[in-house]
Design a protein around this ligand. Sequence first.
Ligand code: GDP
Ligand code: ZN
Length: 449
Amino acid sequence: MSLSPRRDTIAAIATAPGRGGVGVVRLSGADLGALASQLAGKPLQPRHAHYVDFRDGGGELIDQGLALYFPGPRSFTGEDVLELQGHGGPVVMQMLLRRCLELGARLAEPGEFTRRAFLNDKLDLAQAESVADLIDAGSEAAARSALRSLAGAFSGQINVLVQRLIDLRMLVEATLDFPEEDIDFLEAADARGKLTAIAAQLQTVLGTARQGSLLREGMHVVLIGQPNVGKSSLMNALAGDEVAIVTDIAGTTRDTVRELIQLDGVPMHIIDTAGLRETDDTVEKIGIARTWQAVEKADLALLLIDSREGITEHDRVILARLPDALPRLHVFNKIDLTGETLGQGEEDGHPVLRLSAKAGLGLDALRAKLLEMVGWGGSDAGVFLARERHLDAIRRADQHLVTAAAVWQQVELFAEELRLAQLALSSITGEFSADDLLGEIFSRFCIGK
Ligand code: GDP
Ligand code: ZN
């Protein structure tokens, strides 16, 4: 990154709004030494906890608490950082923050501390993103994975791939100077073998990143089923507590199905199709259009069927409108009433499960099936949290590698595809710049030789 960081002093309340035992105001800037002494009423020793009086401009006591001073570059942002810990009440925190602003700080923008950490090379882009993902994590598995990304597990794998691409590019670009022997040279150096190995490693990283993305984004399941087949009962049973309302009266539960539950730490978003019907009502039409948009992006459709009735005509109407590629799971509910046994099978190429939501039979099998169908690997061990942006970048890189393999005998095109693959991957960590690459080439290769 060649953007030069802004060096003015920023301040913000770092703890969550509301009341808490302790609240923290954080500051970051180029030179906080003087401001730190002013706020604390005495000089602060780096990385020591000082118990101090925080006072306003008139010398009136605001609070008593701890002041910690981290001179740059050994700090989160790489700049001087000051942390003021006071009593965690909204009014006290506001007074403390106002005092910081009086002394010359300005209010930080959202994410500005992390952005400064990135600009000062304390974190790369993927790590910076994982700070937000860790804070937003909706399950323990997601939190553990975000922490792995923050610690550099994901960036590390991307960096290894980028380095291997750079090595290959150096090889290919060197041959550009000797057009008469370029292809022989590339064969001798096993350029294609190296490319194949990189592509294979890319697939491995993509696999892990997809797991991480699943943890972050969750699976999106379209729920189809007539009134009273047991949709709410099933979602409640899967969620493990009573949230949706279960009732005997057909039609009364139209969208009480909760939106989000967790399956082994993987969020499951439910897209309820209960409201999908022909209508002239404008508002309802908008809702229906939105539901169809969600359906387009879904991972799978779950058709819930009352075992006593089988698939109905209404179900078929909805099914016919689903995207062909959307995987489907047919679940026959209420087997406690039909005397059927639990079981799994297949019907018209779709997996089928028999269970009873009310009796709690077959739910583990359903959980396992749903997770299997969206490609969950079974545990978050070794998984790093990833975003759709990262998956896109990896897929783009992969596409360039595929093209590279096809055009390798046209050395200039080969070189260009490798460059584009590297560019795509580097966008994940945000570290790429053309100058970096040139420096790398010059330092390790003697072109004029
Ligand atoms: P929804 O309209 O599809 O959401 O269906 P509900 O979950 O509201 O359930 C409708 C009725 O079916 C309720 O009385 C439930 O108790 C009942 N029900 C749901 N699942 C089962 C089941 O597995 N067995 C039996 N016997 N009844 C069930
Ligand atoms: Zn319902």
